[in-house]
Design a protein around this ligand. Structure first.
Ligand code: HEC
Length: 135
């Protein structure tokens, strides 16, 4: 009985902590982008860029962020090349999302190059985060 009670408390704490970690990672990154001259950030712009298609210069294939993350952020996606399952990106269903600065930076770099053929600007990354954090 006592153990179960403790487990419930612990899980409650972990959920709260995950929420806090997500807020602080998004805040920290957006603050960084602002220092670089970007902002204010818009979820609507982030969403627009999220669905925008870009032609890959080499393969001629069209890519958007949805190519791997699908059109429903609350569902699992699939890597377009490797077929590897990608867990949902929406923080509301995946508490681990947007909780690790290094991870976010690494994937922004790779994914922007893949879709846009270049790195994203601080403004674009701030808009993406503004959109994603509300999902
Ligand atoms: C070629 C496939 C692919 C495309 C296209 C793609 N992504 Fe990803 N993305 C991944 C993979 C793989 C991961 C890392 C694995 C995972 O998180 O499950 C990832 C992870 C991320 C993360 C890390 C989230 C976190 O904190 O856990 C962000 C942010 C992200 N992608 C944003 C984008 C954006 C923005 C675009 C469009 C510009 C995009 N992705 C397009 C495959 C893709």
């Amino acid at each position: 009985m006592k153990l179960r009670f403790l487990a419930v408390i612990l899980m409650g704490c972990m959920t709260t902590l995950a929420g806090l970690a997500q807020a602080s990672v998004v805040d920290t990154l957006q603050q960084e982008y602002k220092t670089a001259g970007a902002g204010p950030f818009s979820a609507a712009k982030g969403e627009k860029m999220w669905v925008e298609k870009h032609k890959d210069a080499e393969s001629g294939k069209e890519f958007s962020c949805q190519t791997c993350h699908t059109d429903d952020l609350k569902k699992s996606g699939k890597h377009e090349k490797t077929g590897k399952v990608i867990d949902p990106l929406a923080p509301s269903v995946n508490k681990e999302r947007l909780t690790d600065i290094k991870f976010v930076n690494k994937w922004f770099l790779r994914n922007c190059k893949q879709v846009l053929g270049r790195e994203c600007t601080p403004q674009e990354k701030g808009d993406f985060l503004e959109y994603l954090k509300g999902q």
